[in-house]
Structures are given as C-alpha cells and as structure tokens.
Design a protein around this ligand. Structure first.
Ligand SMILES: *[C@@H]1O[C@H](CO)[C@@H](O)[C@H](O)[C@H]1NC(C)=O
Length: 260
C-alpha cells in the first residue's frame, strides 16, 4: 500500500523530469516556412554602398557581416526589429536564375526605403506592403544573373549562425549610453535589453533606431552587464561584466553568450 503523499511526491518527481527534458530540448530559433517575394541588388561588386546601413552596424567587414547582406523593405524591416535577422533566398521561376535554383544566406543590415514616386510594381519595389530584399550585389550574383535587375525569389528565415558571443558597441556620453548589439545568433533580432552597472540595478533600455538601444543613466566607471531578450523566440540571456569598469565609447565589447 503506497500512501497518497508518496504518490504525490512520485508524480511531482516525474513531472519535474518532464519539464527538465522540455527545457533541455529547446532547440533555439527554427526556420520559417518558405514564402514568395522579389529581390533586387544595390551597389557594385565591392559592396561598399552596403556599409553603414540603417541598422547601425557600421563597416560590415570589420563587424563581421561581410557582403552576404540585404536591405529589407519597410514591411520586413519592422521599425528596426528586423535588423540582424537571417534569410535563405533562392531565385525561382525566372530565366535569370542560376541552374538548380541555388540559395544564399544573408543578414539584414539595412532598410530599403519606399519611393512613392515610383509604382509599387514598377520600381517602387520596397514600398509597403511589399516584402522585398535589396541584396548586396555579391549576394545577388550567387543566385541570379545581375543583368536581370529583379528576380522572383523564395525566402525563409533561418537561424543566424554566428561565431562567438554577442557584441556590444558602446556610444554616447557620461549621461547617455547608446548600445549597438551585433553578431546576434539564433533569431538574430533583439526584443529588449537591460543594462546593469556594478553600482546600479537593472535598467531597461529603450529602442533608439536600427539595432541600437539607449539608457539615460550615469554608468561611467562601472563594469556593465547586459540582459537581452530575443524578439522572436523571447528567450533571455545574461552577459555578466561584458564591459570592464574602464569601458569607453567607440569600443566594442564581446559577451561569452549568444542565442542559437
Ligand atoms: C524615386 O523615384 C524617382 C523616379 O524614378 C527617382 O527620380 C528618384 O531618384 C527616386 N528617389 C530615391 C530616393 O531613390
């Protein structure tokens, strides 16, 4: 005869094991289904025009994004929350597509702004509500003949595969901290950030523009920790003491953690 309290304990134990298994099986950001869109390109083979886009990543070579990048139409850009998201893009249903309909993977680093003096179906490709990718020319040239100018594509969001931890590029002044978050793995996007100085509690940062967040706080001379929530998966991770107490603006500090 097993007492009911023992049965309760056994049940609790099994239940806890089930929850632990579920947590351990968390697989990070999952690819979305394929959708249809169109793609164009901007700039030339050097991709120099793609540097310094609306996400604020600056020089894409030094920040690790390279030339596999795209500017997103307003709909996908999502007021900057689309910054850092990663897409597989494959050319479909056009004689300009390379054989085998190859795909390439790009990271969103810029906004393709609308141009209302052009029709949405004749030049105004990035006008809402169109979903459109204005790719770097080197990225476009991996899937189609650039002479086509525009091609139909299939795209899906995929996990961003990044090496190493999140990177925090610090800007601002003694009373205002502006942080650009880069090298974001997994969903690639950021939903919220908190900063904690060694002498403060957690301070919620507000979205500034692109992939930047700000706090109007005096944080000089304190080591900085960051708590970051993924926009898509809502997962939260902690980067303790990412910047040492003698941190400076204009410097990028690396955390040891990242999303997957
Ligand atoms: C918008 O389209 C017009 C008409 O084609 C063009 O002259 C103009 O340069 C475009 N504006 C921008 C900002 O690209």
């Amino acid at each position: 005869m097993v007492s009911s309290s023992t049965r309760g304990l056994v049940f609790l134990f099994i239940y806890t094991l089930m929850i632990m298994r579920k947590t351990a099986a968390y697989a990070g950001f999952q690819p979305t289904a394929w959708s249809l869109a169109h793609a164009t390109f901007y700039g030339d083979e050097t991709a120099s025009e793609t540097m310094g886009g609306a996400c604020g990543y600056g020089n894409l070579f030094s920040t690790g994004y390279g030339t596999d990048t795209a500017a997103l139409s307003t709909t996908l850009f999502n007021n900057g929350y689309g910054c850092g998201t990663c897409y597989q893009i494959r050319c479909v249903e056009s004689s300009a597509c390379y054989g085998g309909s190859p795909f390439t993977t790009v990271t969103a680093t810029n906004l393709c702004p609308p141009n209302w003096s052009e029709d949405s179906n004749a030049g105004g490709w990035c006008n809402p509500p169109r979903t459109h990718f204005d790719m770097s020319k080197p990225a476009f040239m991996k899937i189609a003949d650039w002479k086509a100018g525009i091609v139909p594509v299939m795209y899906r969001r995929v996990p961003c595969v990044k090496r190493g931890g999140l990177e925090f590029s610090l800007q601002g002044n003694g009373y205002w901290l502006l942080v650009y978050v880069m090298n974001v793995g997994g969903g690639g996007d950021i939903g919220g950030i908190w900063v904690k100085g060694s002498r403060t509690g957690w301070i919620a940062m507000t979205h500034n523009w692109g992939a930047s967040y700000q706090a109007f706080s005096t944080l000089g001379g304190q080591s900085l920790s960051f708590k970051i929530t993924s926009y898509t998966t809502k997962e939260t991770i902690m980067g303790w003491n990412v910047a040492p107490s003698d941190w400076n603006v204009g410097v990028t500090y690396k955390a040891s953690v990242n999303f997957h």
